[in-house]
Ligand binder design. Structure first.
Ligand SMILES: O=C(O)CCC(=O)C(=O)O
Length: 286
């Protein structure tokens, strides 16, 4: 029996590779998360950068709560069953009047996971719409195999390698995912998606949570993940602890180790060694 999605939403996810919008918290709760993020940024001297944009749910208790939020995890359970890991999280922040963009890509390209059973819950912490660089996708492209990508390392590309699909994309078929604060979309790891710059006068902030069933394995190196529901009888990933306070020094140290390891997976075959490497550019993510 389904927990939160309708059968129509489940069918649409498998047909199109993406469903939206789904409300997962009130607008004011989403704005409260933005406020906490920005309070930290103010205290630490500027926008969240480098490895702080990755797996931030290991640093902040309010994000550890978010990745376990029932309204999100119930939807993932409706797609992939009751034993679930949060494999990773990424902040996608576009500043006001920011040239940063995300090229057309499939998430699966460098993640090293053994099969494409990976769902991203992209949670809007601000409006995300045509006016501020919302994400768009090409329906049905998740049914294709892995498409070859080329690495561009383009200056304003928010992806780790500035990777883009090395085939023509039918942009006329693209659908824009418009979300209000506190709403989410769900997208498949093979879906071709991307987003243009943000020419508006406010930031556009999304928090992307990557979920997998516990049976999925990492084949490109040692890796860890957070158990968010059920049990893990596969032990493919080291299980990560849950922070109860923000920026606990023990968790900061652990987060450094874990993100070094995941950067080695994402940047394998390149000169880049960590998310804080100057070549990685500080606002890169995923
Ligand atoms: O936030 C964006 O514009 C792109 C996000 C994205 O590529 C992803 O979540 O996989």
């Amino acid at each position: 029996m389904l927990k939160i999605l309708t059968q129509q939403q489940v069918d649409q996810y498998w047909k199109d590779g993406c469903i939206f919008p789904m409300r997962v918290m009130s607008e004011s709760d989403a704005l409260e998360i933005r406020r906490r993020l920005e309070a930290f940024e103010k205290k630490s001297g500027g926008p969240l950068k480098g490895n702080l944009r990755h797996k931030s749910h290991l640093l902040f208790a309010w994000l550890a709560d978010l990745v376990r939020k029932d309204r999100i995890v119930d939807a993932i359970e409706d797609l992939h069953g009751p034993d679930l890991l949060c494999w990773s999280t990424n902040f996608f922040i576009k500043e006001a009047n920011d040239p940063a963009f995300v090229s057309w890509h499939q998430d699966s390209t460098y993640w090293g996971l053994d099969r494409p059973d990976v769902v991203t819950a992209w949670v809007a912490l601000t409006e995300s719409n045509k006016a501020n660089g919302a994400m768009g996708f090409i329906p049905g492209t998740h049914t294709r195999d892995q498409i070859p990508h080329r690495d561009t390392f383009a200056k304003h590309n928010l992806l780790t390698r500035g990777q883009e699909v090395a085939v023509d994309v039918d942009e006329k078929a693209a659908v824009t995912i418009e979300l209000k604060p506190g709403e989410m979309s769900l997208h498949h790891v093979r879906l071709v998606h991307g987003s243009p710059p943000n020419p508006s006068n406010d930031r556009r902030i999304g928090f992307a949570i990557r979920y997998i069933p516990t049976s999925v394995a990492q084949v490109a190196g040692e890796d860890s993940a957070t158990l968010v529901r059920g049990s893990d009888t596969y032990h493919h990933f080291a299980l990560e602890p849950r922070p109860t306070t923000d920026m606990d020094p023990k968790f900061v140290e652990l987060h450094d180790e874990i993100t070094e390891r995941s950067a080695r997976i994402l940047y394998r075959g390149t000169q880049v060694k960590s998310y804080n490497d100057p070549q990685a550019l500080p606002d890169r993510t995923a």
